[in-house]
Each structure stands twice: as C-alpha cells, then as structure tokens.
Design a protein around this ligand. Structure first.
Ligand code: ATP
Ligand code: MG
Length: 265
C-alpha cells in the first residue's frame, strides 16, 4: 500500500517495517473514529469485511481498478453536477484526499449517514473542516428525502445529491445505490467486495481500497481535463462494469489458487 493515512491514533505501537503497516494504521484509525463518533459501530464490521477482501486482492491496485478509475474520472468530468457522498469510515481514513478530490473535480462533499446518532454529523463535519473543506453539504438541517428509500440515508441535501446528475458513493449500501440508480443518477462506487450489492448495481465500480483510489482518481481527473468531451465520452462508453466485476473475481480466484499451490502453504 502506498497511500498516506491520517495517523490520528494513539493505539498500539505498530512498527513501520510491519509488512501490513498501512492496513494496521487504517484499522487503528477506524477504531479511534468510533471513540469520536465519526465511525458508527457497524463501520467496524464494514472495515473488517473490506480488509478481508483487500487481503485476497493483495493490497494493491489492480488493472480492473485502474479501468474503473478511468471511467470514473470521465463520469466526474462529463457530469453537469457531480456530488461526493461522505460517510463516517471514509471521513475518518481519507478526509484530506476527499478534500483534494472535491477541489480537483469541483464536486461538493455531502455528509450522508446510515446511522444518524446525535453529534455524529457534527463530528464528521469537524474532521472534514480540519482537512481543509470549505463548504460541506448535508449538515444545514435543510433536507429533502429520496422516497424510494426507507433508511435514514433517504435524507439528502436539496442542493447536493438531490439535484446531482452523478453521485460518487464509496462504501455504500446496496439499497441506496439501487434507489439512486432508479431515480436517474449516474452512480460511481468504490468497494473492495465485488460480491456486495453496491458494485453490482452501480454504473462504475472501483474494486479497490478507498485510500489507494482517491489519489489515483484525483490525478486522473486532473490529466483528463485536457481531453475533449467526445474523447471522455468514448472512454466512458467503452467501459464495461460487468466485465470489471468478473475480472476482479477471476483475479481473486487465480491468486488464491496460486497461493494454495506455492510451497509452504
Ligand atoms: P450490500 O450488499 O447491500 O451492498 P453491505 O453490507 O456490503 O451491503 P455496507 O456495509 O454499507 O453494505 O458496505 C460497506 C462496504 O465497504 C463493504 O462491502 C466493504 O467490503 C467495503 N469497504 C470497507 N472498507 C473499505 C475500504 N477501505 N475501501 C473500499 N471498500 C471498503
Ligand atoms: Mg455493499
């Protein structure tokens, strides 16, 4: 892993030469986020599920992720009004990179939570502001609802997700992804688990760790700004999400098979 993580933890002393140092730091950061209310208890479980798939992938960005990142960059640049949906886990482990993505793409950040416990929105807002965010949507009390959804995630900002034509929703739940697609939004997600409903319902699914994806996506948007709209459209149109999901599963199966036949395993 090469991504830089906000080291907010005072947890166990993980030696820098630990082979899984970055992954351990992310885990510690998520635990710390639970103490400050930024991360919901269910976020710990989501983190564990993500870690398991990252282990199988080998904690590296693979081709299927790069292909989806290219399509995602096109989706950002082709959208009239793209919005970045932020939940607790992402704010905790990637706040600075979210702010950079927002600045490069011009897409505002909107806090959108499944678990709306008192003080949580404020805690996430604080983390984003400390990371340099100027405006953050979804916190003004000025809200609308997506009627297709039953959970608290139906509450959205009328100046954000509600009017967006493209929504970037990393680490999302399947129901909400489905609802966003149903009401006509273009949906781009990041999820380490290609079997979860979210990447199966989204238009573009980046099967990779959010901490590795954000810097790559921001850089891709920066370089693609030089491209003409037609070229962006042609890259986007040639993208095949089903193939990317299939490639990620084939990659995982082959990697497991290879590991299982190596000596000593
Ligand atoms: P559904 O099947 O409806 O999509 P779910 O249980 O997968 O439901 P969530 O718990 O909201 O829904 O999903 C969180 C997802 O985020 C999980 O699939 C998990 O693998 C993934 N995840 C967790 N941490 C990371 C991370 N750092 N980077 C990318 N994906 C992650
Ligand atoms: Mg999911």
């Amino acid at each position: 892993m090469s991504a830089k993580i906000n080291k907010t933890t005072t947890g166990p002393n993980i030696p820098k030469d630990h082979p899984r140092y970055t992954a351990m730091m992310i885990r510690e950061s998520i635990i710390k986020g639970c103490e400050t209310k930024v991360v919901a208890p269910a976020g710990l479980i989501a983190q564990g599920r993500g870690e398991a798939f990252d282990y199988i992938i080998g904690e590296k960005t693979e081709k299927f992720s790069l292909a989806a990142i290219e399509a995602a960059a096109c989706a950002f640049l082709l959208a009239e009004y793209p919005v970045i949906s932020v939940n607790g886990n992402i704010a905790q482990i990637a706040a600075k990179d979210l702010v950079k993505l927002s600045k490069e793409s011009g897409a505002p950040l909107e806090i959108n939570l499944f678990y709306r416990t008192p003080g949580r929105e404020e805690a996430i807002l604080k983390v984003l502001k400390e990371a340099g965010a100027k405006t953050v949507l979804g916190v003004s009390g000025n809200s609308s609802v997506i009627k297709e959804l039953a959970s608290d995630r139906r509450i959205v900002d009328p100046n954000g997700i509600l009017k967006a034509d493209m929504v970037f929703v990393p680490l999302e739940d399947g129901d909400r992804t489905e609802a966003l697609v149903k009401i006509g939004k273009k949906v781009v997600t990041v999820d380490l688990n290609p079997l979860s409903r979210t990447p199966r319902k989204a238009h573009v699914s980046i099967i990779d760790n959010i901490t590795r994806v954000l810097p790559l996506l921001t850089a891709k948007i920066k370089s693609y700004k030089k491209k003409k709209k037609e070229e962006l459209k042609s890259i986007y149109d040639s993208y095949d999400n089903k193939k990317v999901l299939k490639d990620s599963l084939v990659f995982m199966s082959e990697r497991l098979l290879k590991l299982s036949t190596e000596s000593g395993v």
